[in-house]
Design a protein around this ligand. Structure first.
Ligand code: CDP
Length: 201
């Protein structure tokens, strides 16, 4: 049985938390596609060519702390390169087609990677709420950041991700939007579970 849940949305909207909860609830596998772009971005910080990095990516490249603001910016810069995106397509589609169900979260899952996904969610929240959540997350990991820096990072990435030519960040026409600005984690997860439940029939 294949069953594909596509979860897209802007930076730090809560896609990761919701994706993990949906995957755990239904016993599906989960792929955070942002990590692929972060791994490529991280390699460019050591002067490796982004297209070469994307073509030769291995699981080992996904290790280590890729959730830093520097790597996030590098990720969104390599994500505009069409050869980088193309090199990552097959891995994502193969993952989605696995037996037993899959949740993929990113920016273009419902629009480009899995346009026939069984469920498409677009998870969003105001830039201020998203920046505050990411600030708390980074501070808890002892990253030396300010609220203003994190907000600027979120806004810059959203702009680059939405304005790029290839696979821009936008909701699929048939996606269900969940705005988590005023939702608790529990309520956001419950909203997502109920959409998936309905689609499973
Ligand atoms: O966790 P957060 O929402 O901050 O970012 P992420 O999902 O880890 O993605 C990092 C960057 O990778 C994004 O800003 C995008 O530029 C890029 N990305 C993409 O272009 N397509 C995807 N499917 C996933 C991520």
């Amino acid at each position: 049985m294949t069953f594909i849940v596509a979860i897209d949305g802007p930076a730090a909207a809560g896609k990761g938390t919701i994706s993990k909860a949906v995957a755990a609830h239904f016993g599906f596998a989960h792929l955070d596609t942002g990590l692929l772009y972060r791994a490529v971005g991280a390699k460019t910080l050591s002067d490796i060519d982004p297209i070469e990095a994307a073509k030769t990516l291995t699981p080992a490249d996904m290790q280590g702390d890729l959730r830093t603001p520097e790597v996030a910016q590098a990720a969104s810069k390599v994500a505009v390169i069409s050869e980088v995106r193309a090199a990552l397509v097959d891995f994502q589609r193969n993952f989605a087609a696995r037996n037993g169900g899959a949740v993929l979260d990113g920016r273009d899952i419902g629009t480009v990677i899995c346009p026939d996904a069984d469920v498409k969610l677009f998870v969003t929240a105001s830039a201020e709420v998203r920046a505050e959540r990411r600030f708390l997350e980074l501070s808890a990991k002892e990253h030396d950041v300010t609220r203003d820096q994190v907000l600027a990072d979120v806004i810059a990435r959203d702009k680059r991700d939405s304005e790029r030519k290839e696979a821009p960040l936008k909701p699929a026409g048939d996606a269900v939007t969940i705005d988590t600005s005023e939702l608790s984690i529990e309520d956001a997860v419950a909203a997502a579970l109920s959409v998936v439940d309905q689609a499973r029939g």
